[in-house]
Design a protein around this ligand. Structure first.
Ligand code: EPU
Length: 422
């Protein structure tokens, strides 16, 4: 963990072409599948170089796999499949470590994974992961802060993975991975439809799994005896793409966001368009141009294909400096508003009521020293800094590095004045 800072001189209009890296949230479970479920080597291409990917490789190494990251190519040798414990020290660094639970119990009949705690964006329960695996026949107990799951052989089952706030991405991925090696057929109804789940299903099928319906609310997994290594190219990161689209909008710029996929970003495109941003989808990606005046729009986050919670803070940054009042309602993580107080320190006028933020547009941000407290909450501070008058210092940049590959270099390449200082 580094204590780097970003120094941003605001006010530059962003212009040019920026390329989006591959998806963090697709890469993480894909690496798990390759390391734990497979009996031979996999090669994953276009892997983003991110702290979270390093953390996941750390977890997989402890579980006996060998991981080699060369530029954007990750080679995973599953190893002997004899370790089944993901310790607290690693899991607490990254909640996505919970993804090893289902695959371990499916492959080894046993898993011991530290219970992930809460995090800066609020409580994040894992009950659906556990009930899903129990439906497959795993016996689950909690001891000394660890989840222990055991099963001599998982058996296919029917289940819904819908929680109080919609379907769970993580539980869908976890159960889907486990069910590939179960006996018989598993049907997940109310499955998460996120593109990262589709990418994981594609990876698993290439490894020899038999999964139908990825990307729809009903996923059917017919169990197979074993899975083998494969080669896979990870999908682009739709949240990074959306973040650059907002970066263009917030600086009233003219930017081609390359490698972005339109069907991953329909809700974001719709809301930005409603605010007055021009988005022209071309073969290469999204060409974003911006008139002088943008207007306030209301946004409600929801599971895919709705407006993503991971774009909520960035949209709030943009709404902070448009004319009018907008209401942003957070339906996935009702407490995900830690960015609000820092944005207000930069001159925004935002008030939180229950799970909604009411944003009264102001003319501009004024620069300030601010602190990133989580990945997306950090991203919006960079965006605000780009639009602010004067010098903004963003500290605790390691939160941003968890999910954005060299964001400062990419932004500088399209005209931002941003540098990293150690
Ligand atoms: N939920 C439950 N029980 C569970 C699991 C989830 O009630 O067992 C609830 C959560 O509390 C939340 C909702 O269901 O209200 C959705 O959570 P989900 O399980 O879908 O989220 P996740 O799998 O933990 C992934 C991303 C998040 C992203 C969410 C929602 C990864 C590694 N993480 O988390 O990404 O916000 O889906 O789209 O894929 C980020 O990248 O910044 C990030 C936080």
């Amino acid at each position: 963990m580094t204590m780097d800072k970003f120094i941003i001189q605001g006010g530059n209009r962003l212009e040019g072409t920026v390329a989006v890296s591959s998806s963090k949230n697709a890469t993480l479970p894909i690496a798990v599948a390759a390391a734990i479920l497979s009996d031979s080597v996999s090669i994953i291409y276009n892997v983003p170089r991110l702290q979270d990917v390093n953390s996941m490789c750390g977890v997989l190494e402890v579980l006996g796999a060998k991981t080699y990251l060369d530029e954007a190519t990750l080679t995973i040798d599953p190893g002997p499949h004899d370790a089944y414990e993901a310790p607290y020290d690693l899991v607490r660094k990254m909640r996505a470590s919970i993804y090893v639970l289902g695959p371990l119990v499916a492959k080894l009949g046993k898993a011991r994974v530290s219970f992930p705690g809460g995090c800066a964006i609020g409580p994040r329960p894992v009950d659906l992961h556990l009930t899903g695996l129990e439906k497959l026949g795993a016996n689950i107990t909690i001891e000394h802060g660890y989840i222990v799951a055991e099963a001599s052989k998982l058996k296919g089952a029917d289940m819904s993975l819908r929680g109080p706030r919609g379907s769970s991405v993580g539980a869908t991925g976890n159960v889907m991975m486990a069910a590939t090696l179960a006996e018989g057929t598993t049907t997940i109804s109310d499955a998460a439809c996120e593109p990262e789940i589709v990418d994981l299903a594609d990876m698993l099928n290439a490894m020899g799994a038999d999964i139908e319906g990825g990307g729809t609310p009903i996923i059917k997994i017919h169990g197979v005896k074993e899975l083998h290594g494969t080669e896979h190219i990870v999908i682009p990161d739709r949240i990074e793409a959306g973040t650059f689209m907002v970066a263009a909008a917030i600086t009233r710029g003219d930017v081609l966001v390359k490698n972005a996929l339109p069907h991953h970003l329909e809700a974001v495109t719709e809301k930005l368009t409603e605010a007055g941003v021009n988005i022209n989808w071309q073969g290469e990606g999204a060409h974003v141009t911006v008139p002088d005046k943008l207007s306030a729009v209301d946004v409600r986050t929801s599971p895919f294909p709705g407006f993503p919670t991971d774009m909520q803070s960035q949209m709030m940054g943009l709404m902070s400096i448009v004319e009018g009042i907008s209401v942003i309602t957070e339906n996935i993580y009702p407490d995900r508003f830690i960015h609000v107080s820092e944005l207000n320190r930069m001159g925004a006028n935002i008030r939180v009521e229950d799970s909604s933020a009411i944003i009264k547009g102001v003319e501009k941000f004024s620069s300030a020293p601010v602190m990133a407290s989580d990945l997306r909450a950090g991203a919006v501070l960079v965006l605000a800094g780009l639009a602010a008058e004067g010098e903004t210092v963003v500290s605790r940049v390691y939160h941003i590095d968890r999910g954005y590959e060299q964001i400062e270099c990419k932004l500088a390449s399209i005209g931002a004045d941003i540098v990293r200082i150690p």
